[in-house]
Write a protein that binds this ligand. Sequence first.
Ligand code: ZN
Length: 150
Amino acid sequence: MSELRDLYQEVILDHYRHPRHHGRVEDASNEADGFNPLCGDRIHMTIRLDGEKVEEIAFEGAGCAISTASASLLTEALVGKSKQEAKELFERFHRLVTTEDATSDDEAELGKLAVFAGVREYPVRVKCATLAWHTLKAALDKDQDSVTTE
Ligand code: ZN
């Protein structure tokens, strides 16, 4: 188990140090701001939809390792997904980090995102891990108010 944990940490640190899809999408069709006051994490997410499909997605901002890695892994997972698939993935992710009820199906669908299962034990960290997802949802719903985890 500790080997698995090390592997998880490695994935998180890698995405923190080298965030994927970092920056802004040109000609974004959707965007939103997210803020986690408990930790001070800030995210600005931009998305370009092609119909119902996420064509491009990027994020910028400043945050802790968990929030940055979560945003990075999210953007990587979301390219090519439909809005509906994105929301389903959000539900699976939320179940994984907040409950013991995540199924093996959830974990399979989440792929690398399953590395965040460990944050479940640290409620403060759950806010860091889910910030990007709440921001994503606000962007897809075109909910203009900026998102806060509080
Ligand atoms: Zn944080």
